[in-house]
Design a protein around this ligand. Structure first.
Ligand code: PLP
Length: 427
């Protein structure tokens, strides 16, 4: 296997003699076969190939292969969004009557998916603090627990997960650990190296990195032995009648069972497929991911340090800032840096934070992160505006909180913009 940076640039696709240098966009819903028998083999999962782009598309598979290699996994698939990736990764092994343990420090959309929508589907969730002890984690397991879920760096709380602690707990109870690695990206952390079994991504964020294409990905480390706990994972270890009795672990091995099942069943039935056009755009982003992440982190740290010394700022959360709550975990899991997202409190609370936001000239107000262009959000006046100050504090998103996603601009310009907006917020 080549080095990481080379995989970013050239992974997934190696053109033959006279073939296109850039990955081809296979803009076709369907694929032609000479005989019905040829196609029947595909439907029985007996041979590899494409028949309908709702399930698989060659452009998407090339990009999925690059992400698989960046994470160090055995199989990967793209999805239409990060939410679809999270849903598929969980629903592939947990259904009605099952139970899942999740860290409380996760993306708000994932929390809603778990606590509201999947609950309606009959899946029960227990949310545990990322600070939970081994004993507290052990106590959360039930006989019907099917997986543990967490985020490497939580959006927006910026908590760093102790992946080894969560993986050990999951494995003590015979279930896999699923990690959303969106904010860290495999440039800064490869969760499989710390015991995670499945990784998900919102590729909409740093992987695309230009605010251009929505997307998601799921990668399997290929190490979790479903067959050792076959009674827990019948969907992977017993025949699938909707595919002529295929048993995924037998036919595709530990390396391929999870992703093949998610493609064959969930893509077939839900169709949350990434478009080949978006996969192409995502690949352009991946080609510079290793270069961009370094700069996002440099700018994030420079802004965090500036904010930490500013008289109009009451607190700063950034995992790489010495003295921050998860500094030790960040040093262990994210030695190259965490991400470009910094959150902080503007002195003077909600009013001052709103004035600060109005004063920004370079940073744009957006509900987005991980873009090349710096963007900024004040949840209390936008995404969380229906909540009272007390409710905001309880949700960990105080009225003074501003989330700044540092882009790829010159740090001096970002700092000058923040400084003048903070001065204006004094008023
Ligand atoms: C944005 C995000 C998601 C959801 O991704 P979409 O592509 O917006 O569906 C999931 N997890 C994390 C950590 C995110 O930041």
């Amino acid at each position: 296997m080549r080095h990481f940076d080379t995989i970013c640039v050239q992974g997934g696709y190696t053109p033959g003699n006279g073939e296109p240098r850039q990955i081809p966009i296979i803009q076709s819903t369907t694929f032609k076969y000479n005989t019905g028998e040829d196609m029947a083999k595909l439907f029985d999962l007996e041979s590899d190939g494409y028949f309908y782009s709702r399930l698989q598309n060659p452009t998407c598979d090339l990009v999925a292969a690059k992400i698989r290699d960046l994470e160090g996994g055995t199989a990967a698939m793209l999805t239409s969004s990060g939410m679809a990736a999270t849903f598929f990764a969980v629903f592939n092994i947990a259904g009605q009557g099952d139970h899942v343990i999740s860290s409380t420090a996760i993306y708000g959309g994932s929390y809603n998916l778990f606590a509201v929508t999947m609950k309606r589907m009959g899946v029960e969730f227990t949310f545990v603090s990322p600070d939970a002890t081994d004993e507290e984690l052990d106590a959360a397991f039930r006989p019907n627990t099917k997986l543990v879920f967490g985020e490497t760096i939580a959006n927006p709380a910026l908590r760093v997960l102790d992946i080894e602690k969560f993986a050990a707990a999951a494995h003590r109870h015979g279930v896999p650990l699923v990690i959303d690695n969106t904010f860290a990206t495999p440039v800064n952390c490869r969760p499989f190296e710390f015991g995670a079994d499945i990784v998900t991504h919102s590729t909409t964020k740093y992987m695309d990195g230009h605010g251009a294409a929505l997307g998601g990905a799921i990668v399997d480390a290929g190490r979790f032995d479903w067959t050792r706990y076959a009674d827990k994972f019948p969907g992977l270890c017993t025949p699938d009648e909707s595919y002529h009795g295929v048993t995924y672990t037998e036919r595709f091995g530990l390396g391929g069972a999870f992703i093949t099942k998610a493609t064959a069943q969930l893509m077939r039935d839900f169709g949350a497929m990434q478009s080949p056009q978006n996969a192409y755009i995502l690949n352009l982003g991946l080609e510079s991911l290793h270069v961009r992440m370094k700069r996002h982190c440099e700018n994030g740290l420079a802004v965090a340090q500036f904010l930490a010394g500013h008289p109009n700022v009451s607190w700063v959360t950034y995992p790489d800032l010495p003295g921050s709550r998860d500094y030790a975990l960040a040093q262990k899991y994210l030695p190259k840096g965490s991400c470009g997202v910094v959150s902080f409190g503007v002195k003077g609370g909600r009013q001052a934070a709103e004035t600060f936001m109005r004063g920004l000239k370079l940073a744009a107000i957006e509900t987005h992160v991980a873009d090349a262009r710096t963007c900024c959000l004040h949840p209390a006046s936008t995404t969380h505006r229906q909540m009272t100050d007390e409710e905001l504090v309880a949700a960990g998103v105080g009225p003074d909180l501003v989330r700044m996603s540092c882009g790829l601009e010159d740090a001096a310009d970002l700092i000058a913009d923040i400084d003048q907006a903070l001065k204006a917020s004094e008023g």
